[in-house]
Each structure stands twice: as structure tokens, then as C-alpha cells.
Design a protein around this ligand. Structure first.
Ligand code: IVH
Length: 675
């Protein structure tokens, strides 16, 4: 036993070291086979001695089935944000403010670093072991996502023995940026496209989504990467940012090596301009440069104002633009009948992808910018995958190019278009317009609505074109045409059977999802839930007048008008009848345990619950009229605290928020029954 215990220790140390060489230094000092062999050996030994479990063991990189709880943790030092500068003048102003804040004639050096476009993270080490990894949150406290961060291979779980002397303080914090390299981002989106999942708009969004996944095994599959740039240790042994970067790197963390020590603001400006031109050569995205006063003593003198330090700033790059030819403007009909213009472009490469289409938003925008077919235009990528046309290069407009004519008939069904007063959109009002029918069906079967797996966009289009479905109700008659479906070349027996099972299963969806699926204009998933919970059946919703509808919290006149208009239409009433007969839910199940006792009460949940899961607790509270929020404020009525409740407990105490246990929550609800 003694021997094997020592063996576990040695193996862990060895593997930590190999990991560091492979993932941080990208050098191979051991063969893959040897590494796998040692890892396997360690796994076996750990299985034998579960009492020696260590969350920082190299075997834990693959994630575990312990799902994350995401406790809120207060940062020891607040995580500040940075002020922004956009041009040379603003950088010169920053330099002047720095000098004004320091004793006269101080020498000032700056460190310039690339501003990685990712998500910031605080890694806390105790005894040279990773203890917690916390997101920035609101800067004061963030969410603990340690289990997820452990899966990122170049985050040291334990500082390699020989490296420890670099920093003779065994507890410290390092901060940095998690990001997804461009290649990993493209791969991830490709996979999502294959599975019919929503694409991530950019690497930053995909990083933010990945690190918040509940299942750390899923996180382990995402090729996340990290650069560290900030060291905090309580003994204040370090003297400058450039020293700190060296120390961070020597401790075994990955540091971006493109930083530079600049002797003057002019060197800073040169660095910024240079990287703005070269940013595309990098295998990851940057959105600017961070400029930091190098000397830690000077940083202290300068201090911070409000939310950002006076000793640092960021230089933001301009959004990337490209010039290309706009060949044609296509008018697209959406599920609500809104007809929107889309620019078809000469394909051009911009910010990591080739672009051949861009949105033009609406007719007003086209008129304002005087965009014409055949023009050269500037396009820009904003926060979305779909780029937008920002301007026309009028100097390059060829002769004879004519002003664009806004259509007055639907490009799909030729019915007359209608522009409601005060709106910028134009609408096709023909409910049988095939483009609208397809769009509505696609919405009906989508994941947030009836969630019919296997009935994707192209199959919906095919079914509409081949007259298998015209309305939602036809979906539930498809089983009668099973043999015909099997004959369709692309389908076959097995997939038709799967599809029919998925359709059958969708009948279990609750009333609020059905209401959302109907695609009534302005009714999103949230308002559908509120309406369903309030009226509880479609009959009461149909009977309600506008005043009653607008009485529901967060429901305004445009929704109520739209609901009434929808149900006033006999065709829609017939549709509801058919769907009812098919077995869809048009009533909320009468939940016997639901009351209104917690109306207007706001809860925050923290710690590990023992009686039920967090989701169950949340549902219990909501079912009884209460609200659940993620952060504590003066407005919070109750903190439901389980075991190991952390900083939220302190905050609740400070604010005088009532703290209750699960048992006390039960008591509260019991009172409701006897009342
Ligand atoms: S330093 C007080 N350095 O930019 C120092 N931040 O707007 C604050 N960022 O929240 C951060 N690369 O997420 C620093 N080399 C870098 C950075 C960097 C990216 C992000 C970070 C921060 C935001 C500031």
C-alpha cells in the first residue's frame, strides 16, 4: 500500500511534467505510447485507492460526471475592465495622464500585449495546486467553473516541482484569457452544422458557451486554449509586468510571446499599428492591444478610477471591412410574412470566412444608403455570423446603374405587399404563400417548439413541395402515408419510422410550447409561457379580451392585438381543433402542488441542496408564483442555502436578506395549503 501510494504520487508528478512539455512548450519528451501507458497505470491505481482521489490528478483532464454547480465566488481583488482608446491621439492623451499622475520626470515604460478576444478567467492556486477557476462575472464576484477549466490541457493543475522556486509564494492568482483558436472554432461550427445545431457567431461566443457547459466531459471535447497575462501574489515580491510575464511563463503557464517592452508612447503606437495590419496572420482572434505601465510601483501610485485602472488601457482595432461587388438584391419571405432584402455579393474573404451574402435589414436602410444592384459596397462583421453592408463606394459606381425599385408584390406568391404604419418592414399577407408556410413549419418543428427530430429544413421544404403538408395539422396525419414516404428516395424505412416516432412524441409537449410553435406574431418562448401559465387553456385565451391579456406581466398591446387577430381567423380556429384532435396539449396540466403563495417573492439559490436538485427547487418556487434570480441584491426576499454555501451567504447576511433551508422552504409552501 505504501509503495503504491508513492507510485501514484510519482506518476502524477511525471505526467504533470509531460503534459507541460507537450501542451505548453509543444515539445515531445516522451512518446505517445509511453504517456498513455503511464496514464493508464495511474488510472488503475486510482481505481484501487478511491480514498486517494485528487481533482487535480492528470487523469481528471477528460472531465467527470460530477456536473458543475457554478457557485458564485467573490474575487480577492476585483477584476477590473479597461478604458478604451481608438486612435493615436487617444494614446497620447493616455500617456499624458499617466505622466501627470506620477512624480515629475518619472521614466515610464509600457508593456504592450495582444488583446485576446476570449473570456477572462481567474485561476487560484494554493500550495501550488489549482484550487478554483472563476469567471469575471460582474468584476466583484464570478462563477466557479473549476471542473471545466481542469479539462484545458495547458492549464497546470499542479505546478511542476522544479518550477516552484521561481515564485516562493505558494498561493497566488493568475488571470488570463480563454479562447478558441480559429481552426477549432471552424471545426466546431462544421460539426454543429452537420447536426443541425445553431452556429456560433464567433470564437468568443463559442468560448463563452463552452466554459459554461454543465457537463465537463463535453467541455473536454472543445479545443479550448489559454493565455495568462496577470499575476497577483499577496507578498508583493514582483516588480514589473515584464518580470511577471516571465514568472508566469516559468511557472508553467502559457504566455503570449508577442508582447513588447516599449520605452516610449511612440513605440506603443507603432506596435498597435503594426498588429492592426498583421492580426489576420494569427491563428486566433485579437480585437486590440492592451497597454500597461510596466513598473508595479508606478501602477500602485496611479491606482484605479471607477471600474478601470489608470495604469492600463486598451487600443481597439477598427471592425474589419472588405469591399466587394453587390450583384443582386434578393427579397426573402420569412415565416411572419416579413419580406427582407438580402445582398448577394461577389464572394470575399473577411475575418476568417468567405462571405457571399449580407443582410440589408429593411427598405428604409436601402433608401437611406442608396444601395443599388451593381454597386461596390463595404461590408463589416458585427457580433453576428451574418455580415452587414455599411456603405456604398459611390466613387466607383458605374454609369447607368439605376436606383433600386422596392417590390410591391411578394416575390414568392405575387400577392400585394403591405407596409404597416410606423414599421420599417414590408409584409406578404397571404397566409398560403409557400415561403411563409415553409418558414412556419420550420418554426413549428424546431427545437424550442415541438422539437420534432429528423424533420429538418430541407425535409420540410420537400414535404411542402410534394404536397405532403400544407398546415401544422398535416404533420400529424403523415403516419397514414407511411408507404408513400418510404418511397421518397432520400428517406427509407428506418428514417421514416424514426420520424413518425418523433412526431408521436411531440404530442407530449406542454401547452406553452404548443402555443409558441403556432408562430403567432410577437409571441416568443417567454411570452408563450406567461400566457399559458396565466390562462391555462387555449379556450380561456381565445375568450380573453385585450384588457385581460395585457394584465399578464410583461405582455403588452402588440402581443394582445396579435393574439386576438390570430384567433379571430376561422382558419386558425379550425387548425386548433384539428391539432386538439390529434392529441396536442392545449391545456396546462392542473398541477396540484401549484399555488400563488410566493407571488412577488424573489429567491436566490446557493450551495449544494440535499432534498432536491437545483432545477427542482427552481421549479417548485416558480410553480408557487415566486421568481428565481442568479444574483443577490437588496430586492432578494430569500436566499435558499444548501451545504457549502459560499460568498452569497455573506452577501445575504450583509444585505439582511432572509436565509432559509430546504426544510424551511417546504414549511413556507405547507402554509399555503392550510391558508
Ligand atoms: S489586462 C487590469 N491583458 O480584455 C488589467 N486583458 O477590457 C485588466 N484581455 O477583461 C486586464 N487580453 O478579458 C489584459 N493581454 C491582456 C488581455 C486582456 C485580453 C481582456 C480581458 C479583460 C478585457 C479588458
Amino acid at each position: 500500500m505504501q509503495d503504491e501510494q508513492q507510485k501514484i504520487k510519482d506518476l502524477r508528478e511525471k505526467l504533470h511534467k509531460y503534459n507541460y512539455h507537450y501542451y505548453v512548450l509543444t515539445e515531445h519528451i516522451v512518446s505517445d505510447q509511453e504517456f498513455d501507458k503511464l496514464l493508464k497505470e495511474l488510472e488503475e491505481l486510482e481505481k484501487k485507492y478511491p480514498e486517494l482521489h485528487d481533482p487535480n490528478s492528470p487523469t481528471q483532464r477528460v472531465g467527470s460526471d460530477l456536473s458543475n454547480i457554478f457557485n458564485s465566488i467573490q474575487h480577492k481583488t476585483p477584476m477590473l475592465s479597461l478604458s478604451n482608446t481608438y486612435d493615436e491621439q487617444e494614446l497620447l492623451d493616455f500617456d499624458r495622464r499617466v505622466r501627470d499622475g506620477l512624480p515629475e520626470n518619472s521614466e515610464v515604460e509600457y508593456v504592450t500585449e495582444l488583446k485576446i478576444d476570449g473570456v477572462s478567467i481567474s485561476l487560484n492556486y494554493e500550495n501550488y495546486e489549482l484550487k478554483t477557476a472563476v469567471t469575471r462575472g460582474d468584476g466583484v464576484s464570478g462563477e466557479e467553473i473549476t471542473n471545466n477549466i481542469r479539462t484545458i490541457k495547458n492549464v497546470p493543475l499542479s505546478i511542476v516541482k522544479e518550477k516552484r522556486e521561481v515564485l516562493p509564494v505558494d498561493s497566488f492568482e493568475v488571470r488570463g484569457e480563454i479562447f478558441l483558436p480559429l481552426e477549432g472554432f471552424r471545426e466546431l461550427n462544421k460539426e454543429r452544422e452537420k447536426k443541425g445545431e445553431k452556429l456560433f457567431a464567433n470564437p468568443r461566443n463559442s468560448t463563452a458557451g463552452s466554459i459554461k457547459l454543465i457537463d465537463s466531459r463535453e467541455v473536454a471535447k472543445r479545443p479550448l486554449d489559454i493565455f495568462l497575462y496577470y499575476l497577483i501574489e499577496s507578498e508583493e515580491k514582483t516588480k514589473s509586468q515584464s518580470d511577471n510575464l516571465r514568472i508566469i511563463s516559468e511557472l508553467g503557464f502559457k504566455v503570449n510571446t508577442n508582447y513588447r517592452l516599449c520605452k516610449s508612447i511612440n513605440e506603443v503606437i507603432e506596435y498597435c499599428n503594426n498588429w492592426e495590419l498583421k492580426r489576420d496572420e494569427l491563428p486566433y482572434e485579437i480585437d486590440g492591444v492592451v497597454i500597461k505601465v510596466n513598473n508595479v510601483k508606478q501602477q500602485k501610485i496611479l491606482g484605479s478610477i471607477a471600474k478601470s485602472p489608470r495604469w492600463a488601457t486598451s487600443f481597439k482595432f477598427k471592425a474589419k471591412q472588405a469591399k466587394t461587388k453587390l450583384h443582386k438584391i434578393k427579397w426573402q419571405v420569412g415565416r411572419t410574412g416579413a419580406v427582407t432584402p438580402v445582398a448577394e455579393l461577389e464572394p470575399v474573404f473577411l475575418a476568417g470566412s468567405t462571405i457571399s451574402r449580407a443582410t440589408l435589414h429593411n427598405t428604409d436602410e436601402i433608401e437611406r444608403k442608396d444601395i443599388r444592384e451593381g454597386d461596390y459596397v463595404l461590408i463589416e462583421k458585427g457580433g453576428d455570423v451574418i455580415p452587414k453592408v455599411v456603405a456604398v463606394v459611390t466613387s466607383e459606381r458605374e454609369e447607368g446603374i439605376e436606383k433600386l425599385v422596392i417590390p410591391d408584390a411578394c416575390p414568392e406568391c405575387e400577392s400585394v405587399l403591405y407596409k404597416p404604419e410606423g414599421e420599417v418592414a414590408i409584409y406578404c399577407e397571404n397566409p398560403e404563400c409557400p415561403a411563409q408556410v415553409k418558414g412556419q413549419l420550420q418554426h413549428f418543428v424546431s427545437r424550442g417548439a415541438m422539437d420534432i427530430e429528423g424533420l429538418g429544413e430541407s425535409l420540410v421544404d420537400l414535404f411542402v413541395e410534394q404536397n405532403f403538408i400544407k398546415t401544422f395539422a398535416d404533420i400529424y396525419d403523415l403516419h397514414e402515408r407511411k408507404e408513400e414516404l418510404i418511397e421518397i428516395e432520400r428517406l427509407g424505412q428506418k428514417s421514416v419510422e424514426n420520424l413518425l416516432t418523433a412526431i408521436e412524441k411531440s404530442k407530449e409537449k406542454p401547452f406553452d410550447k404548443v402555443l409558441f410553435a403556432l408562430g403567432i406574431r410577437y409571441i416568443g418562448a417567454g411570452s408563450a409561457r406567461k400566457l399559458a401559465e396565466h390562462f391555462r387553456s387555449v379556450e380561456s385565451l381565445i375568450e380573453a379580451d385585450s384588457e385581460q391579456i395585457e394584465n399578464v406581466p410583461d405582455i403588452g398591446p402588440s402581443i394582445s392585438e396579435s393574439v386576438q387577430r390570430f384567433f379571430a381567423d376561422d382558419k386558425n380556429k379550425m387548425l386548433i381543433e384539428k391539432l386538439k384532435n390529434a392529441g396536442l396539449n392545449f391545456k396546462l396540466e392542473e398541477a396540484t402542488d401549484s399555488t400563488n403563495i410566493l407571488a412577488d417573492k424573489t429567491f436566490v439559490i446557493t450551495g449544494t441542496l440535499t432534498e432536491y436538485t437545483r432545477d427542482e427547487a427552481k421549479e417548485k418556487i416558480m410553480k408557487n408564483g415566486g421568481k428565481v434570480s442568479s444574483s443577490i441584491s437588496k430586492k432578494t426576499d430569500y436566499l435558499l442555502a444548501g451545504e457549502k454555501a459560499g460568498s452569497k451567504l455573506d452577501k445575504a447576511n450583509k444585505l439582511g436578506v432572509k436565509i432559509i433551508s430546504e426544510i424551511e422552504l417546504e414549511e413556507l409552501l405547507k402554509n399555503a395549503e392550510t391558508d
